[in-house]
Design a protein around this ligand. Sequence first.
Ligand SMILES: [Zn+2]
Ligand SMILES: [Zn+2]
Length: 286
Amino acid sequence: MILQQPFLNLPTMNQQGLLVKMKVSQDEYSAIHYQLRLLDGTLKESTLIAINDYLNKEIQIQFNGNIQCVNCAKKVKKTFMNGYCYTCFQSAPETSPCVLRPELCRGHLNEGRNLEWELNNHVQPHVVYLAASDVVKVGVTRKNQIPTRWIDQGANEVIVFAETPNRYLAGVIEVALKDLFTDKTNWRKMLSNQIDDNIDLEEIKYRTEELLPSDLQDFLSEDDNIYHFNYPSLYFPEKIKSISLDKMPNIHKKLIAIKGQYLIFEDESVLNIRNHTGYDITFSAI
Ligand SMILES: [Zn+2]
Ligand SMILES: [Zn+2]
């Protein structure tokens, strides 16, 4: 890490590859560290760029016109569900309906597009969590995806609500809570870092536990820890303007913050990295 940084900060540094989800990690002070990840055309190798280091610097992201499926490497004109060609979108386990809607999962019944994948990914301990920002949101994630999933969503504070042996049961609990909480992230509010400081997640968890159907109460989590996330930023803009590499193939702007899977620039524009999964880009710092 220490050896890499001087090299990465060289103004002539150019890195080319297919954009995929940024890698995230958290240090002991709750600070989030992002790495921009670029895959080579065969999908076998990847380059990591410590993007936190470019805060307050001009960066350039140039779309080279090629898009590849990140599952089979085929060249495509457009992608489905973040980075998949149409064939993979219809057949890959990563794009199964139960990925977006856990209550549809049938992995625990030994069914699914790819049983081995289901057993490894969905018939595993899952959690239902409550995340606070301007409102309280409910969500589901595989336990070993903690805290990555929460950071990818740009959560500010999270409490674990329930823990289940598989994705299906977590989905059933999430559905039971959907009338009480939203399951959508308002990305504009998330990116302008609007937070309601009056939200007390522990109290909300206790109140919500009583409303859960009795057959699901066995899964309530005793972990009352509040997880905090501090995203790298100089400040957060008040207004947010989404940009895309399709309409703006050469982005050259000063980076002021990173939150969720978004890069946030000085002119209040934001780039959703996940929406550009599979896009062949060149990254440089000026
Ligand atoms: Zn494909
Ligand atoms: Zn599943």
